[in-house]
Design a protein around this ligand. Structure first.
Ligand SMILES: *[C@@H]1O[C@H](CO)[C@@H](O)[C@H](O)[C@H]1NC(C)=O
Ligand SMILES: *[C@@H]1O[C@H](CO)[C@@H](O)[C@H](O)[C@H]1NC(C)=O
Ligand SMILES: *[C@@H]1O[C@H](CO)[C@@H](O)[C@H](O)[C@H]1NC(C)=O
Ligand SMILES: *[C@@H]1O[C@H](CO)[C@@H](O)[C@H](O)[C@H]1NC(C)=O
Ligand SMILES: *[C@@H]1O[C@H](CO)[C@@H](O)[C@H](O)[C@H]1NC(C)=O
Length: 280
C-alpha cells in the first residue's frame, strides 16, 4: 500500500536533486589547489568553468588530492567533465595533461615529469557529465602511471583539461605521437603551444614508503566554509567537514572525500525535504 505521503515524497526527489549545482565542487577543487600550493607555484591561477571527475578502475571517482597507491593509478583513468552551470558550453577540442608537481614545496622552475599528454581530445555524450575521450586524440605521451621514488614524499599529480583552439601549434619536440615520459615545463608548453583556457582540473597524490624529509604542511579544505556551501546551506547546524588538501606524515589516509561531503549535504537536504512532506 503506497500512501499519498510516499507519492508526494517520491515526486519531491527530482526537485531536490534538480538543485544540484557544481559550484561547490569547483570551489572545493580551487581551494585544494591553493592549499596544496599547486596555485601559485605550478599554476599562476586556477579558475575552472567545469568539474573534472577522474576515476580509476577498482577505485571509483576521486576526491581532490586523494591519496592512491602506485597499483591503483596503473591503468589509464576515465575522465568526465561537467560544466559549472548551463551557461558554460564545452565545444571543440581539448588537450589533457597529467604532470608530477612533486611534493608540496617543490621548486616548479625545474620542470615537471609528464605522465600523459593528449592533443585533439573531444568530449562525447549527449548531456553532462561528458566523457573526455582521449582514445580519439593524439597521444604525444601515452598515459604512464605514477611511480614516485621511495621516500620522496607524497607527489601531487595534476590532471588538467585545456581548451585547444584552432591556433594551437604543438611546440618542437611535442609534435610527434608517443614520445614517452620525460621532464617538461608545463607553463612553457601551455604558452608556446597557444593552448586556451584551463577548463577543468584536479589532482591526486601517490607516495612510496615514508618521506625521508619533513613534508611541508598544508591547510585543510573546510567544505562548509566555501561560498557555495554558505549560500545553499539549509541547516544552521550544518557541520564542518574538512578534507586535507595534501597528505602529510600525520594525516595521510585520514582524508574525507569532497564528493562524500557533497553527497552528505545533498542527502541532508533530501532528508529534510522528505521529512517536510511526511509531516504535512
Ligand atoms: C556559470 O559558470 C561560469 C564559470 O564558472 C561563471 O563564470 C558564471 O558566473 C556562472 N553563471 C551562473 C549563473 O552561475
Ligand atoms: C556547444 O555545446 C553545446 C552543449 O554544451 C551545444 O548545445 C551547442 O550546440 C554547441 N555549439 C556548437 C557551435 O557546436
Ligand atoms: C619553467 O617554468 C617556470 C614557470 O613555472 C619558469 O619560471 C622557468 O624558468 C621555466 N624553466 C625552464 C627551464 O624553462
Ligand atoms: C562514458 O564512459 C563510460 C565509462 O567510463 C561508459 O560506460 C559510457 O558508455 C560512456 N558514455 C559515452 C556517451 O561515451
Ligand atoms: C549555483 O550556486 C551558486 C552558489 O550557490 C549560485 O551563485 C549560482 O547562481 C548557482 N547557479 C545555478 C545555475 O544554479
Amino acid at each position: 500500500m503506497i500512501s499519498a505521503q510516499t507519492v508526494l515524497a517520491l515526486a519531491f526527489i527530482p526537485l531536490v536533486f534538480g538543485q544540484t549545482n557544481n559550484t561547490l565542487g569547483i570551489e572545493a577543487i580551487e581551494a585544494h589547489f591553493s592549499n596544496s600550493g599547486i596555485v601559485p607555484t605550478l599554476l599562476s591561477s586556477f579558475d575552472p568553468s567545469a568539474l573534472l571527475t577522474v576515476s580509476y578502475d577498482g577505485v571509483g571517482n576521486l576526491s581532490p588530492g586523494q591519496s592512491l597507491t602506485k597499483t591503483q593509478v596503473g591503468p589509464t583513468p576515465n575522465l568526465q567533465v561537467t560544466p559549472a552551470n548551463s551557461t558554460v558550453q564545452l565545444n571543440g577540442t581539448f588537450t589533457v595533461v597529467m604532470a608530477d608537481a612533486g611534493p608540496v614545496g617543490t621548486d616548479e622552475s625545474q620542470g615537471q615529469t609528464r605522465h600523459w599528454l593528449v592533443n585533439d581530445v573531444t568530449l562525447t555524450g549527449g548531456s553532462a557529465p561528458f566523457n573526455v575521450s582521449t582514445d580519439d586524440g593524439t597521444a604525444i605521451t601515452e598515459y604512464a602511471g605514477p611511480a614516485p621514488a621511495q621516500g620522496s614524499g607524497a607527489h601531487r599529480y595534476v590532471i588538467l583539461l585545456y581548451s585547444q583552439p584552432s591556433s594551437f601549434e604543438a611546440p618542437d619536440g611535442f609534435d610527434q605521437p608517443d614520445i614517452g615520459v620525460s621532464v617538461f615545463n608545463l607553463t612553457d608548453y601551455v604558452q608556446n603551444s597557444h593552448l586556451g583556457s584551463l577548463v577543468a582540473g584536479t589532482y591526486l597524490t601517490v607516495e612510496e614508503g615514508t618521506a625521508t624529509f619533513t613534508p611541508s604542511s598544508t591547510a585543510p579544505v573546510i567544505t562548509s566554509t566555501l561560498p557555495a556551501a554558505q549560500s545553499t546551506s539549509t541547516s544552521p547546524s550544518s557541520s564542518s567537514t574538512s578534507s586535507s588538501s595534501a597528505p602529510s606524515a600525520t594525516n595521510a589516509g585520514k582524508q574525507s572525500s569532497g564528493s562524500e561531503t557533497l553527497l552528505a549535504s545533498s542527502a541532508k537536504t533530501f532528508i529534510a525535504g522528505l521529512l517536510g512532506f511526511l509531516l504535512l
